[in-house]
Design a protein around this ligand. Structure first.
Ligand SMILES: NC(=O)C1=CN([C@@H]2O[C@H](COP(=O)(O)OP(=O)(O)OC[C@H]3O[C@@H](n4cnc5c(N)ncnc54)[C@H](O)[C@@H]3O)[C@@H](O)[C@H]2O)C=CC1
Ligand SMILES: O=C(O)[C@@H]1CCC=N1
Length: 267
Protein backbone atom coordinates (compact mmCIF):
# COMPACT_ATOMS: atom_id res chain seq x y z
CA UNK A 1 0.00 0.00 0.00
CA UNK A 2 1.38 3.45 -0.83
CA UNK A 3 1.07 6.10 1.85
CA UNK A 4 2.56 9.41 0.71
CA UNK A 5 4.44 11.12 3.52
CA UNK A 6 5.90 14.62 3.48
CA UNK A 7 8.61 15.58 5.94
CA UNK A 8 9.82 19.14 6.44
CA UNK A 9 13.37 19.29 7.79
CA UNK A 10 15.70 16.31 7.68
CA UNK A 11 18.38 17.04 10.23
CA UNK A 12 19.16 14.72 13.12
CA UNK A 13 15.60 13.71 14.05
CA UNK A 14 14.08 14.01 10.58
CA UNK A 15 16.72 11.74 9.09
CA UNK A 16 16.23 9.19 11.89
CA UNK A 17 12.50 9.09 11.13
CA UNK A 18 13.02 8.83 7.38
CA UNK A 19 15.41 5.90 7.80
CA UNK A 20 12.91 4.21 10.11
CA UNK A 21 10.11 4.62 7.55
CA UNK A 22 12.24 3.31 4.70
CA UNK A 23 13.13 0.28 6.80
CA UNK A 24 9.45 -0.28 7.65
CA UNK A 25 8.43 0.14 3.98
CA UNK A 26 6.39 3.30 4.65
CA UNK A 27 6.20 5.75 1.75
CA UNK A 28 6.64 7.19 -0.82
CA UNK A 29 8.48 9.90 1.11
CA UNK A 30 8.94 13.50 -0.03
CA UNK A 31 11.60 15.35 1.96
CA UNK A 32 12.02 19.13 2.13
CA UNK A 33 15.59 19.82 3.22
CA UNK A 34 17.67 22.77 1.95
CA UNK A 35 20.91 21.32 3.30
CA UNK A 36 20.83 17.53 2.89
CA UNK A 37 23.55 15.50 4.63
CA UNK A 38 25.44 12.70 2.90
CA UNK A 39 23.53 10.24 5.13
CA UNK A 40 20.23 11.59 3.85
CA UNK A 41 21.37 11.58 0.23
CA UNK A 42 22.34 7.92 0.61
CA UNK A 43 18.81 6.88 1.61
CA UNK A 44 17.29 5.16 -1.41
CA UNK A 45 14.00 6.14 -3.04
CA UNK A 46 13.40 9.57 -1.49
CA UNK A 47 11.89 12.48 -3.38
CA UNK A 48 14.29 15.06 -1.99
CA UNK A 49 13.49 18.74 -2.63
CA UNK A 50 15.23 21.90 -1.42
CA UNK A 51 12.22 24.03 -0.55
CA UNK A 52 8.47 24.01 -0.04
CA UNK A 53 7.92 25.61 -3.49
CA UNK A 54 9.12 22.34 -5.08
CA UNK A 55 6.67 20.10 -3.18
CA UNK A 56 4.18 18.46 -5.57
CA UNK A 57 0.58 19.58 -5.11
CA UNK A 58 -0.68 16.06 -4.27
CA UNK A 59 -2.39 15.22 -1.01
CA UNK A 60 -0.20 13.59 1.66
CA UNK A 61 -1.36 11.14 4.31
CA UNK A 62 0.87 12.90 6.82
CA UNK A 63 3.18 15.90 7.01
CA UNK A 64 5.86 15.52 9.66
CA UNK A 65 7.45 18.76 10.75
CA UNK A 66 10.99 18.34 12.09
CA UNK A 67 12.19 21.94 12.03
CA UNK A 68 13.84 23.84 14.86
CA UNK A 69 11.18 25.74 16.84
CA UNK A 70 12.17 29.22 15.57
CA UNK A 71 12.25 28.05 11.92
CA UNK A 72 8.90 26.32 12.35
CA UNK A 73 7.43 29.63 13.51
CA UNK A 74 8.72 31.32 10.35
CA UNK A 75 7.67 28.53 7.95
CA UNK A 76 4.44 27.20 9.46
CA UNK A 77 2.13 29.46 7.44
CA UNK A 78 3.44 27.91 4.20
CA UNK A 79 2.16 24.49 5.31
CA UNK A 80 -1.48 25.55 5.61
CA UNK A 81 -2.45 24.30 2.14
CA UNK A 82 -0.99 20.87 2.94
CA UNK A 83 -3.00 20.68 6.17
CA UNK A 84 -6.14 21.80 4.31
CA UNK A 85 -5.72 18.94 1.84
CA UNK A 86 -6.17 16.58 4.79
CA UNK A 87 -2.61 15.64 5.79
CA UNK A 88 -2.25 14.62 9.40
CA UNK A 89 0.20 17.23 10.70
CA UNK A 90 2.75 15.77 13.12
CA UNK A 91 5.14 18.18 14.82
CA UNK A 92 8.15 17.03 16.82
CA UNK A 93 9.22 20.56 17.77
CA UNK A 94 9.84 21.28 21.44
CA UNK A 95 8.10 24.25 23.05
CA UNK A 96 5.65 24.68 20.16
CA UNK A 97 2.09 24.15 21.40
CA UNK A 98 -0.91 22.90 19.43
CA UNK A 99 -2.56 26.31 19.82
CA UNK A 100 0.32 27.99 17.95
CA UNK A 101 0.26 25.34 15.19
CA UNK A 102 -3.52 25.60 14.81
CA UNK A 103 -3.22 29.38 14.51
CA UNK A 104 -1.20 28.70 11.36
CA UNK A 105 -2.99 25.63 10.01
CA UNK A 106 -6.59 26.31 11.04
CA UNK A 107 -8.80 24.87 13.75
CA UNK A 108 -9.86 21.98 11.51
CA UNK A 109 -6.30 20.77 10.92
CA UNK A 110 -5.51 17.37 12.42
CA UNK A 111 -2.41 18.04 14.51
CA UNK A 112 -0.43 15.62 16.65
CA UNK A 113 2.66 16.46 18.71
CA UNK A 114 5.43 14.01 19.46
CA UNK A 115 8.73 14.03 21.28
CA UNK A 116 11.24 11.48 19.96
CA UNK A 117 14.89 11.13 20.96
CA UNK A 118 18.21 10.58 19.20
CA UNK A 119 18.58 6.84 19.96
CA UNK A 120 15.80 6.62 17.37
CA UNK A 121 18.59 6.96 14.81
CA UNK A 122 19.55 3.36 15.66
CA UNK A 123 15.96 2.18 16.17
CA UNK A 124 16.24 2.38 19.97
CA UNK A 125 14.36 5.58 20.60
CA UNK A 126 11.34 6.29 22.74
CA UNK A 127 8.74 8.81 21.59
CA UNK A 128 6.04 10.46 23.70
CA UNK A 129 2.92 11.37 21.70
CA UNK A 130 0.03 13.73 22.41
CA UNK A 131 -3.12 14.40 20.43
CA UNK A 132 -6.30 16.26 21.34
CA UNK A 133 -9.64 14.45 21.64
CA UNK A 134 -10.53 15.55 18.08
CA UNK A 135 -7.93 13.18 16.60
CA UNK A 136 -9.62 9.89 15.71
CA UNK A 137 -8.35 6.38 16.18
CA UNK A 138 -7.19 5.96 12.58
CA UNK A 139 -4.99 9.05 12.75
CA UNK A 140 -3.71 8.04 16.19
CA UNK A 141 -2.81 4.61 14.87
CA UNK A 142 -1.08 6.15 11.86
CA UNK A 143 0.93 8.57 13.99
CA UNK A 144 1.98 5.61 16.10
CA UNK A 145 2.99 3.63 13.01
CA UNK A 146 5.22 6.51 11.89
CA UNK A 147 6.84 6.96 15.28
CA UNK A 148 7.20 3.31 16.27
CA UNK A 149 9.48 2.86 13.26
CA UNK A 150 12.29 4.31 15.42
CA UNK A 151 11.52 2.64 18.75
CA UNK A 152 9.02 2.55 21.59
CA UNK A 153 6.07 4.94 21.86
CA UNK A 154 4.08 6.27 24.80
CA UNK A 155 0.87 8.32 24.62
CA UNK A 156 0.50 11.09 27.21
CA UNK A 157 -2.88 12.45 28.34
CA UNK A 158 -2.19 16.18 28.27
CA UNK A 159 0.02 18.58 26.38
CA UNK A 160 1.65 19.61 29.66
CA UNK A 161 2.76 16.01 30.15
CA UNK A 162 4.39 16.10 26.73
CA UNK A 163 6.76 18.76 28.12
CA UNK A 164 7.46 16.50 31.11
CA UNK A 165 8.18 13.60 28.75
CA UNK A 166 10.38 15.87 26.65
CA UNK A 167 12.44 16.75 29.72
CA UNK A 168 12.92 13.07 30.59
CA UNK A 169 13.27 11.17 27.32
CA UNK A 170 13.61 13.85 24.63
CA UNK A 171 16.52 15.57 26.38
CA UNK A 172 17.50 12.46 28.36
CA UNK A 173 20.13 10.99 26.04
CA UNK A 174 22.18 14.16 26.65
CA UNK A 175 22.01 13.55 30.41
CA UNK A 176 23.40 10.05 29.88
CA UNK A 177 26.23 11.39 27.72
CA UNK A 178 26.91 14.09 30.34
CA UNK A 179 27.14 11.29 32.92
CA UNK A 180 29.82 9.62 30.80
CA UNK A 181 31.76 12.90 30.68
CA UNK A 182 31.41 13.45 34.43
CA UNK A 183 32.50 9.88 35.26
CA UNK A 184 35.49 10.19 32.93
CA UNK A 185 36.53 13.50 34.53
CA UNK A 186 36.23 11.93 37.98
CA UNK A 187 38.40 9.06 36.74
CA UNK A 188 41.08 11.50 35.61
CA UNK A 189 40.88 13.23 39.01
CA UNK A 190 41.48 9.79 40.58
CA UNK A 191 44.68 9.35 38.53
CA UNK A 192 43.61 7.55 35.32
CA UNK A 193 44.75 8.88 31.95
CA UNK A 194 42.10 10.71 29.93
CA UNK A 195 42.04 7.88 27.42
CA UNK A 196 41.63 5.17 30.06
CA UNK A 197 38.98 7.11 31.98
CA UNK A 198 36.99 7.81 28.78
CA UNK A 199 37.12 4.15 27.78
CA UNK A 200 36.04 2.90 31.21
CA UNK A 201 33.23 5.45 31.57
CA UNK A 202 31.84 4.92 28.07
CA UNK A 203 31.95 1.12 28.22
CA UNK A 204 30.35 1.17 31.67
CA UNK A 205 27.39 3.26 30.52
CA UNK A 206 26.85 1.31 27.29
CA UNK A 207 27.22 -2.01 29.17
CA UNK A 208 24.91 -0.78 31.94
CA UNK A 209 22.33 0.28 29.33
CA UNK A 210 22.55 -3.07 27.57
CA UNK A 211 22.14 -4.91 30.88
CA UNK A 212 19.12 -2.75 31.74
CA UNK A 213 17.67 -3.63 28.36
CA UNK A 214 18.31 -7.35 28.79
CA UNK A 215 17.20 -7.68 32.44
CA UNK A 216 13.57 -6.71 33.21
CA UNK A 217 14.17 -6.29 36.96
CA UNK A 218 13.82 -2.76 38.39
CA UNK A 219 16.98 -0.62 38.60
CA UNK A 220 17.02 -1.04 42.41
CA UNK A 221 17.66 -4.78 41.92
CA UNK A 222 20.43 -4.11 39.42
CA UNK A 223 21.96 -1.68 41.90
CA UNK A 224 21.87 -4.38 44.60
CA UNK A 225 23.76 -6.73 42.26
CA UNK A 226 26.63 -4.22 42.21
CA UNK A 227 26.60 -2.81 45.72
CA UNK A 228 27.92 -5.13 48.41
CA UNK A 229 26.48 -3.98 51.77
CA UNK A 230 29.14 -1.90 53.47
CA UNK A 231 31.30 -2.05 50.34
CA UNK A 232 32.79 0.48 47.94
CA UNK A 233 29.74 1.03 45.66
CA UNK A 234 27.57 1.72 48.70
CA UNK A 235 30.09 4.35 49.80
CA UNK A 236 29.72 6.09 46.42
CA UNK A 237 25.92 5.67 46.40
CA UNK A 238 25.76 7.34 49.81
CA UNK A 239 27.06 10.47 48.07
CA UNK A 240 24.97 10.13 44.86
CA UNK A 241 21.75 9.33 46.72
CA UNK A 242 22.24 11.86 49.54
CA UNK A 243 19.62 14.52 50.18
CA UNK A 244 21.57 16.93 47.99
CA UNK A 245 22.59 14.23 45.49
CA UNK A 246 21.23 13.10 42.13
CA UNK A 247 17.55 13.15 43.20
CA UNK A 248 17.17 16.91 43.76
CA UNK A 249 19.66 17.63 40.99
CA UNK A 250 17.46 15.79 38.49
CA UNK A 251 14.31 17.47 39.79
CA UNK A 252 15.98 20.85 39.19
CA UNK A 253 17.28 19.84 35.75
CA UNK A 254 13.88 18.57 34.59
CA UNK A 255 12.22 21.75 35.90
CA UNK A 256 14.72 23.85 33.93
CA UNK A 257 13.98 21.97 30.68
CA UNK A 258 10.22 22.34 31.19
CA UNK A 259 10.59 26.04 32.03
CA UNK A 260 12.55 26.54 28.81
CA UNK A 261 9.81 24.79 26.80
CA UNK A 262 7.26 27.11 28.42
CA UNK A 263 9.40 30.13 27.54
CA UNK A 264 9.70 28.94 23.92
CA UNK A 265 5.93 28.42 23.77
CA UNK A 266 5.45 32.11 24.55
CA UNK A 267 7.91 33.26 21.87
N1 LIG B 1 17.63 16.54 18.53
C1 LIG B 1 16.86 15.98 19.46
O1 LIG B 1 17.33 15.24 20.34
C2 LIG B 1 15.38 16.22 19.45
C3 LIG B 1 14.82 17.23 18.71
N2 LIG B 1 13.47 17.47 18.76
C4 LIG B 1 12.89 18.53 17.97
O2 LIG B 1 13.07 18.19 16.61
C5 LIG B 1 13.21 19.37 15.84
C6 LIG B 1 14.39 19.20 14.91
O3 LIG B 1 15.54 19.03 15.70
P1 LIG B 1 16.89 18.43 15.09
O4 LIG B 1 16.59 17.35 14.12
O5 LIG B 1 17.77 18.18 16.25
O6 LIG B 1 17.41 19.72 14.30
P2 LIG B 1 18.38 19.80 13.05
O7 LIG B 1 18.92 21.19 13.03
O8 LIG B 1 19.32 18.66 13.05
O9 LIG B 1 17.35 19.63 11.82
C7 LIG B 1 16.54 20.65 11.34
C8 LIG B 1 16.67 20.62 9.81
O10 LIG B 1 15.79 21.57 9.25
C9 LIG B 1 16.38 22.05 8.08
N3 LIG B 1 15.72 23.27 7.64
C10 LIG B 1 16.00 24.54 7.98
N4 LIG B 1 15.15 25.39 7.36
C11 LIG B 1 14.31 24.63 6.62
C12 LIG B 1 13.21 24.91 5.78
N5 LIG B 1 12.81 26.16 5.58
N6 LIG B 1 12.56 23.88 5.19
C13 LIG B 1 12.96 22.62 5.39
N7 LIG B 1 14.02 22.28 6.19
C14 LIG B 1 14.67 23.28 6.79
C15 LIG B 1 17.83 22.23 8.45
O11 LIG B 1 18.67 22.29 7.29
C16 LIG B 1 18.06 21.00 9.30
O12 LIG B 1 18.60 19.92 8.55
C17 LIG B 1 13.33 20.53 16.80
O13 LIG B 1 12.13 21.26 16.82
C18 LIG B 1 13.55 19.88 18.16
O14 LIG B 1 12.90 20.59 19.20
C19 LIG B 1 12.62 16.68 19.48
C20 LIG B 1 13.11 15.66 20.23
C21 LIG B 1 14.54 15.34 20.28
O1 LIG C 1 17.06 20.52 23.20
C1 LIG C 1 15.98 20.60 22.61
O2 LIG C 1 15.32 21.66 22.66
C2 LIG C 1 15.42 19.42 21.86
C3 LIG C 1 14.12 18.95 22.42
C4 LIG C 1 14.41 17.64 23.09
C5 LIG C 1 15.79 17.35 22.71
N1 LIG C 1 16.31 18.30 22.00
Amino acid sequence: MTTPILIIGAGKMGTALIRGWVKAGIGPITVVEPNPSETLKAVPGLNLVAGLDAVPGDAFRACVVALKPHILRAEAGKLKAIAEKGALMLSIAAGTPLSLLKNHWGEKAGVVRAMPNTPGSIGQGVTAIYAGAEIGSEDRAFAETLLSSIGLTLWVETETLLDAAMAISGCGPAYVFALVEAMAKAGVAAGLTEEAAAKLARATVTGGGALLNADPRPPADLIRDVATPGGTTQAALNVLQAEDGLGPLFVAAIKAAIARAEELAKS
